[in-house]
Design a protein around this ligand. Structure first.
Ligand code: OAD
Length: 249
């Protein structure tokens, strides 16, 4: 840990001091930040649905093969998200916002718990479970928060089939999300970068931490277990986000 404090209490104090002095804070979050709200994670739970793995379901090919089964899975997830409430981790991140301090959240999650906790700058790189769009590229995009959905698969206003406005494994990240993230990093120094509740499976997730470090950030991982990012973190706070983040606020 490059001479950084070794005990849990000393690590918390070290990160708390860095956060107190910070003017620009980056948060990169994954499914683990919503785990304590009752939303299952992808790789560290027992599979997401009917024993199927998300990698089997969350692809354009799987959707085209069986739009009804795909929508049954998303309707099931929408019902879980609708019942979920922001947990102390989401609320702590929102509470870090104050005059003179910007908190920018890049989330892989498709739930809206960061926003519901009060965070104002949230970029969803994998889309939103509450948005739908036409299966045809370039078609309409709209929000629909009805749970359960009255009809599966739901119809697109154009008369075609609607799909979730969520990034599937065989698809690129949304252009507007990439633009917002690039603009953020172009704006200058980052003081602290928290990577919270993610396996950091995707290289672009690890790249956000690396870009923040190049801009001066202390990189802090918050996770009960080691991940693909752990070796690149300056400080690892080992535990549940709902316990650790409020202790930093
Ligand atoms: P994963 O399910 O891969 O990993 C969840 C992470 O959260 C693990 O590292 C857990 O150790 C950690 N975790 C669990 N409970 C926690 C808690 N209470 N506090 C803190 N951490 C906790 O989920 P992600 O890494 O977010 O993408 O997965 C990223 C993406 O892979 C998802 O957005 C989705 C999935 O496939 C797409 O569908 C494109």
């Amino acid at each position: 840990m490059n001479g950084r404090p070794r005990t849990v209490a000393a690590r918390l104090a070290y990160v708390r001091a860095a956060l107190d002095a910070a003017r620009r804070v980056l948060v990169v979050s994954g499914a683990g930040v919503s785990a304590e709200s009752g939303i299952p994670t992808f790789r560290t739970g027992g599979g997401w649905w009917r024993g199927r793995r998300s990698e089997e379901l969350a692809t354009l090919a799987a959707f085209r093969a069986d739009p009804l089964e795909n929508w049954e899975w998303y309707d099931y997830r929408r019902q879980i998200v609708a019942r979920a409430e922001p947990n102390p981790a989401h609320r702590a991140v929102a509470a870090w916002e104050r005059p003179g301090r910007n908190v920018f959240v890049i989330t892989q999650n498709v739930d809206d718990l960061h926003e519901r906790a009060g965070s104002h700058e949230v970029v969803h790189i994998h889309g939103s479970i509450w948005r739908m769009r036409c299966l045809k590229r370039g078609g309409p995009v709209w929000e629909d928060r009805r749970v359960p959905l009255p009809k599966l698969p739901p119809d697109c206003p154009c008369g075609g089939v609607a799909r979730p406005d969520i990034v599937w494994f065989d698809e690129d990240l949304p252009r507007d999300a990439r633009t917002r993230i690039n603009n953020y990093f172009r704006e200058g120094r980052v003081d602290v970068a928290f990577v919270i509740g993610t396996e950091a499976t995707f290289d672009y997730v690890r790249s956000y931490a690396a870009r923040a470090r190049k801009l001066g950030a202390l990189v802090v991982e918050v996770n009960p277990r080691r991940t693909q990012l752990s070796g690149e973190a300056d400080v690892r706070l080992v535990g549940r986000a709902g316990d650790i983040l409020p202790a930093l606020t």
